[in-house]
Design a protein around this ligand. Structure first.
Ligand code: HMG
Ligand code: MG
Length: 285
């Protein structure tokens, strides 16, 4: 059976968008439950400005209280070297981490989310990459707005491919392609993937589909056809980006699992544990 890996982003992408500031203990309970599901990648927080995203301000406290599960890698978002320093101060001995950097394929979203141009956002990641490589920490790159931008409208496949190539020049990291506002459709996703696959192999790509337009599962199906075998999802369909108007929910982990298992893919993830986590996540809203 073909293996598809799921990257759980609920505790980060999901909870960053909740109005209520979720207490550390609730976040830790969700992360620890997810850790028992068979998931191998769980994103647990961000080292971004607390003025920009107050929901993630307590990421160090969350990291300190997680009961780490062997074989699980815990991911955090880092936008600049200041974020890297915050991660280094918060990381716990013996825990495996992944540091995820995030840039946009559109200038409008780059300004709204990172307060700088796309080129500036990539340039300031260079010291983060160097530090992570020296420390032996795994890297991941996110590209947002891969088909549509809430500010600039349609995003060209070539723009996404150019940003992908620029990130891969920094380091040979896997990339997650974000339909940040869930406006992508199978045809636009297919065209975007064709352009990106010219510069990055499918094995190094993940799909990150928000489900605003109800197309996330169809978009995942297109990406599977193109050879992608990694997808991001959030239990309970939590999620969104506070700087992307119209980005309410990530595709739900339980829905992705159901589709993948029905189509004969294996994930090593237990749907019963995910169902319990989805119930817990929905109760946190
Ligand atoms: P800025 O205001 O341009 O930065 O923000 P600055 O360098 O001028 O610093 C301003 C203040 O922020 C200073 O503090 C810095 O120390 C502080 P002050 O002197 O005013 O007290 N600062 C920081 N504090 C903590 N951690 C840091 C940090 N850096 C500076 N790392 C900045 C630039 C990048 C900080 C800001 O724009 C920011 O935090 N943006 C993050 C936005 C965000 O987290 N968005 C959601 C995640 S992305 C997403 O959801 C999309 C994704 O899911 C994929 C998809 O769906 O497409 C990944
Ligand atoms: Mg997202």
């Amino acid at each position: 059976m073909t293996f598809v890996s799921l990257h759980e982003v609920g505790p980060r992408d999901g909870l960053q968008n909740e109005k209520r500031i979720i207490p550390v203990a609730e976040k830790v309970a969700l992360i620890d439950l997810l850790g028992r599901s068979g998931l191998r990648d769980i994103e647990v927080g961000s080292f971004v400005s607390p003025k920009w995203v107050p929901q993630m301000a307590e990421t160090p406290q969350v990291m300190a209280r997680i009961a780490p599960v062997a074989g699980v890698r815990y991911g955090v978002l880092v936008p600049n070297i200041r974020g890297w320093d915050g991660f280094v101060a918060a990381r716990q001995p013996g825990v495996v981490y992944e540091v995820a950097m995030f840039v946009a394929a559109s200038e409008g979203f780059s300004q709204a989310n990172l307060n700088c141009t796309v080129a500036q956002s990539i340039a300031r990641l260079e010291p983060v990459v160097n530090a992570a490589q020296a420390a032996g920490v795994a890297l991941r790159g996110y590209i947002s707005c891969v088909t549509d931008c809430p500010f600039d409208g349609k995003v060209s496949p070539e723009a996404v491919a150019q940003v992908a190539a620029a990130l891969r020049r920094l380091a040979p990291m896997p990339l997650s392609l974000g339909d940040t506002i869930g406006a992508g459709k199978p045809a636009t996703v297919a065209a975007m993937l064709d352009a990106v696959l010219d510069v990055v192999p499918a094995a190094e790509l993940a799909g990150h589909f928000h489900d605003t337009g109800g197309q996330a599962l169809a978009n995942i199906a297109v990406a599977l056809d193109k050879g992608l075998r990694a997808f991001d999802s959030a239990v309970g369909g939590l999620g969104g980006c506070p700087y992307a108007p119209g980005a309410p929910g990530n595709v739900a982990t339980e829905a992705v699992l159901e589709m993948l298992h029905a189509e004969g893919f294996t994930t090593h993830v237990d749907p019963a544990v995910i169902a319990a986590a989805a119930k817990m996540a929905k109760g946190m809203r």
